[in-house]
Design a protein around this ligand. Structure first.
Ligand code: GTP
Length: 235
């Protein structure tokens, strides 16, 4: 295996499937199966999940809502998704632990780094919810932060597209996919695959990122086994 411990960033929006909003039962089951396959190979999996299928803090802020309040709502949305994912993973027979960056002890453990690492060592999928616990930070940044904290070998950014293209592949037939980019390329080209805070955090701490399509069967597992899938961001 190329990687022993991974941080997987899942999009909340992708969870909605074709419903466009909320959680699609089939989609979450698919996500859980993908994670379960990876875990069955002995890989330690930590997950950060977004909340865009319920609420996007930035959009409401742009419509005049106080940004901090909007981001707090967005963070709570990630907890809903995390609970759903935890349930789906347990249905696949996997051990899981859910940790939140904002304390809500009645439904999840508070985030404690050393404890998270211990859970991973015991082959439990650890789901990190409520972002970083701070407004103005996206769940991509939470993924970069947690990935560095737990010393992940790589950060997988699971999207609906199979990598990074020079232009929108849905609108341009001649769009070309990048197999490899450096972090600084992503920042310089202004590629919007993750926000710049997240990319910079990964760059400064030498955490590689792989962007791939979560709907492609076993994409993560194949990548961990050494196949060149998606777009690699690193040196
Ligand atoms: P080990 O210490 O490695 O055995 O880990 P563990 O997670 O099995 O031990 P623990 O006794 O701490 O947790 C048992 C269960 O309670 C697990 O499902 C935890 O996720 C859950 N749990 C632990 N702490 C909290 C908490 O503060 N709040 C909530 N809601 N659940 C918790």
């Amino acid at each position: 295996m190329k990687y022993n411990r991974i941080l997987l960033k899942m999009s909340g929006e992708a969870l909605a499937g074709d419903k466009g909003h909320g959680i699609n039962g089939k989609t979450i089951k698919h996500f859980a199966k993908e994670v379960a396959h990876v875990m069955s190979e002995g890989v330690q999996v930590a997950i950060v999940i977004g909340g865009g299928n319920f609420y996007r803090g930035v959009s409401s802020a742009s419509e005049g809502m106080d940004r901090t309040s909007a981001d707090h709502m967005g963070m709570l949305a990630t907890v809903i998704n995390a609970l759903a994912l935890q349930d789906a993973l347990e249905k696949e027979g996997k051990l899981t632990r859910l940790m939140t960056a904002i304390e809500m002890k009645e439904i999840a453990e508070p985030y404690i780094r050393r404890r998270a690492i211990r859970h991973l060592e015991k082959r439990r999928a650890v789901i990190f919810a409520a972002g970083t616990g701070n407004p103005y930070f996206t769940t991509d940044t939470a993924a970069a932060l947690r990935g560095n904290e737990i010393d992940a070998d790589v950060l997988f950014k699971a999207t609906k597209v199979d990598g990074i293209y020079d232009k929108d592949p849905l609108k341009n037939k001649d769009a070309k996919k990048f197999d490899r980019l450096s972090h600084i390329d992503v920042l310089k080209k202004g590629i919007k695959v993750m926000d710049s805070t997240a990319v910079a955090l990964c760059m400064d701490n030498k955490l590689d990122i792989i962007v791939l399509n979560i709907f492609e069967r076993e994409a993560i597992l194949r990548c961990i086994k050494g196949e060149n899938i998606g777009t690699f961001i690193g040196e």
